[in-house]
Design a protein around this ligand. Structure first.
Ligand code: DX5
Ligand code: ZN
Length: 214
């Protein structure tokens, strides 16, 4: 059974507090927070103050996905008592090692994500320092895109590496996943599944969440 992190990017922004409360009551593991800067990705979402405004409504930890250039400049702004992971993009960091170190110094788990065009091997030398790897199965920037099945081999790649090296990082997948294809990513090794539109657009959210987790 996989864990699930619904993305509030797909929620109704005019009622984010209520949306957060509602989704947290449906048996989820984390709340996925998609932060976009309009530079690293061609879209702008929301920043740390919006995330912090959800603190009074969230009953599960935050899983923060920073799609921003040089995220080390802003990581401290996303640190709260409820922040479990801060994930940065390999492609967005000029010094990934220092960025990971900064996140961990705040007592938060460090995640690293790769875009579809990035080979999984680029993270090999960082694996021992990473708490979570996030494999993108869409080009980051927008919710509701089509799942890229040709990225699934990366989940298996990291699962094998983890075993080979005796490490314990989590493997997360993000983009275009719902109940119809979640089995593919679960079988390939995903421990945590991010789902935005599939969950928020579902008629029966609870059933959709259960089916995604398997
Ligand atoms: C894309 C975001 C995803 C997105 C997922 O840039 O990182 O987290 O919200 O949304 P769906 O599940 O609709 O693809
Ligand atoms: Zn995301």
């Amino acid at each position: 059974m996989a864990k699930i992190a619904p993305s509030i990017l797909a929620a109704d922004y005019s009622a984010l507090g209520e949306e957060t409360k509602k989704i947290c009551s449906k048996g989820i593991d984390y709340l996925h927070i998609d932060v976009m800067d309009g530079v690293f990705v061609p879209n702008i979402s929301f920043g740390p103050d919006v995330m912090k405004s959800l603190l009074g409504f969230a009953s599960v930890p935050f899983d923060v996905h920073l799609m921003i250039t040089e995220p080390v400049r802003y990581t401290d702004r996303f640190v709260t008592d409820n922040t479990e992971f801060i994930t940065v993009h390999y492609e967005a960091c000029s010094d990934l090692e220092a960025t990971i170190k900064t996140i961990k110094e705040h007592g938060v788990k460090a995640g690293v994500s790769i875009k579809p065009g990035t080979a999984p091997e680029v993270l090999d030398s960082y694996l021992k320092d990473i708490d979570m790897i996030l494999v993108m199965t869409v080009e980051p920037g927008f919710g509701g895109q089509k799942f890229m099945e040709d990225q699934v081999y990366k989940l298996d790649y990291y699962r094998r590496k983890r075993e080979e090296l005796g490490l314990s990082f989590e493997i997360e997948v993000d983009g275009g996943v719902g109940s119809s294809n979640a089995h593919i990513v679960r079988e390939a090794g995903a421990d945590i599944i991010v789902a935005g539109s599939a969950v928020f657009r579902a008629e029966d959210m609870e059933a959709e969440i259960k089916a995604i987790c398997g």
